[in-house]
Design a protein around this ligand. Structure first.
Ligand code: ATP
Length: 501
């Protein structure tokens, strides 16, 4: 089952990598792998709860602290052993433990006939900086389609359940992105609930995937009800997304034709002008779930934890793929990286890992990143090839403002022929989409208090006169953003011919 994984792990052992970090909660899968790779080695195991235990039977052997346990192997006699440490992440901030691990690792690298490979198996990734250069991170790969099929067939045979090939194929696709452990758990649950495994279990799989997302804590499923028709203006961007949707919804055919898998896009621009709205509308257009990544939540307190969290978040998004992964306020996450401000080491590493993933991504996770202040973004983001396209969202021009007024009035059942939208757009130069939405809301309230049946042009104009647009309240910021945007060669999201800025 884990041939490719075992092969990769064995190659690390053969290359005398002394410390191998595996972050997972599926300790059973790790044991199977280590046993597979460790033929011919004596395997010693220690876990935080029981001390030293028998690797094969899991019977407790001796309660001792980690330092005493490790000292057993820090001698000059020849050895060829595996040492498996589980749930010891808290001890990895202890200088005595770090020194002991380092001493064993150095012997492994430089002493003849001394082969000790230590596996750090934790559910939280912790990499002490003193050991960073000696630690190899190993990710258990997710099962391939053929492997998933095997898991389902084995499971069904184990319980003597008849399963049509069609059902197996269907479930295989739904299970994509989950670990073997998670797949088995869901199969168990399905079998316990209905005594069978059939097509109806697809819904259960989706629900379980949602659970996994919630538990990951770094991704949030965004419930959206906005479609492209709720976005006023931004014609170029909408046209682009419609093209991408045709590819995204026919990935098999598009790939055969030689089209690359869409990676995603970066939308930068003025605040309150529809960037987030477009992210939601993209998920609607692609008919897939929308996941929001909170980069702030990735930051962990242990060294290496943040990178581990990012990988976990990416793995989770890939489990739910096809999906749209929305990264809001990108500049806040990666501020200072590569620039003169100097981002922290952790942020710089996170950024590097994120870019590598983005570049090499083979999954149908479509990334929509949004940002106001690109001057704070590392320039690497703006280079071609990272995202498929970079779009600039400007303040809406007259025609766009008219559509936005219409959208928000219609949404609230207040769009009538008597409303003179031409007058409204004449009075709203410099207003953002969010400004217009708030004008509409307030005008409706005013109309309600004035006991009139509907909203009139005068109600809206009255509210406009009392409203300070973003171009006034945030004048300096908007001027500064304009200057920054001018320096870059972005594709305008708005129609260019009638631009107002
Ligand atoms: P920020 O950069 O401040 O996060 P944003 O560009 O992401 O802003 P949105 O959150 O998309 O702005 O817009 C806020 C609200 O304003 C939206 O929920 C929507 O109701 C309204 N709005 C903004 N732009 C548009 C638009 N182009 N068409 C229709 N409504 C819009």
């Amino acid at each position: 089952m884990q041939d490719a994984a075992a092969h990769k792990l064995a190659s690390y052992v053969d290359a005398l990598r002394p410390l191998i970090s595996i972050t997972t909660f599926d300790f059973q899968a790790v044991d199977t792998l280590i046993a597979q790779v460790g033929r011919g080695f004596d395997i010693y195991e220690y876990n935080h709860a029981d001390g030293r235990i028998d690797f094969r039977t899991k019977a407790p052997l001796q309660r001792s602290d980690l330092g005493t346990f490790l000292a057993l192997f820090d001698t000059n006699e020849p050895k060829k052993i595996f040492v498996v440490l589980k749930d010891v992440h808290e001890s990895l901030s202890n200088p005595a433990i770090i020194a002991r691990l380092k001493s064993i690792a150095l012997k492994s690298m430089y002493s003849d006939y001394y082969y000790v490979t230590i596996f750090l198996v934790n559910s939280i990734q912790v990499i002490p900086p003193e050991l960073e250069k000696m630690i190899t991170i190993f990710d258990i790969p997710l099962p391939t389609q053929a492997q998933i099929q095997r898991i389902i067939v084995d499971y069904a045979q184990g319980f003597g359940l008849p399963m049509a090939e069609e059902v197996i194929n269907d479930l295989t696709v739904s299970f994509k992105g989950l670990s073997e452990f998670e797949i088995r758990q869901i199969l168990n649950l399905a079998y316990q609930e209905s005594g069978t495994i059939d097509q109806n279990d697809n819904a259960l799989i989706l629900k379980e995937k949602e659970q996994i997302i919630k538990k990951s804590g770094m991704l949030e499923i965004v419930v959206y009800d906005s479609s492209l028709s709720d976005v006023g203006g931004l014609a170029k961007l909408k046209e682009y997304l419609q093209c991408k949707a045709r590819i995204f919804n026919n990935l098999g055919e598009a790939k055969k034709f030689g089209i690359d898998l869409p990676k995603g896009l970066l939308i930068v621009g003025m605040p309150g002008c529809g960037k987030s709205l477009t992210a939601k509308a993209t998920a609607h257009l692609f008919q897939v779930p929308l996941l929001r990544l909170d980069i702030g939540k990735l930051m962990g307190k242990y060294v290496g934890e943040s990178e581990g969290n990012l990988r976990k978040a990416i793995k989770t998004a890939e489990a739910v793929a096809p999906c749209v992964l929305w990264i809001d306020e990108l500049e806040k996450a990666f501020a200072g990286v590569g620039g003169s401000g100097g981002g922290s080491d952790v942020t710089t590493r996170l950024f590097g890992n994120f870019l590598t993933w983005l570049q090499e991504k083979e999954s149908s996770v479509y990334v929509v990143a949004t940002s106001n202040d690109i001057s704070k973004l590392p320039p690497e983001f703006l280079r071609k090839g990272r995202f498929d396209e970079l779009f600039l969202v400007n303040l809406p021009d007259g025609e766009e403002r008219r559509t936005i007024f219409e959208i928000h009035l219609r949404k609230r059942g207040k769009l009538t022929k008597s409303i003179d939208t031409i007058r409204l757009i004449q009075e709203t130069e410099g207003f953002s989409g969010a400004d217009i939405e708030s004008v509409v809301k307030e005008a409706i309230e005013t109309a309600f208090f004035s006991d009139q049946l509907g909203v009139t042009t005068e109600h809206v104009l009255q509210t406009i006169r009392l409203t300070k647009s973003i171009s006034v309240t945030l004048k300096e910021k908007i001027d500064e953003l304009r200057r920054v945007f001018e320096r870059f060669d972005f594709k305008p999201a708005n129609e260019i011919s009638v631009r107002t800025i």
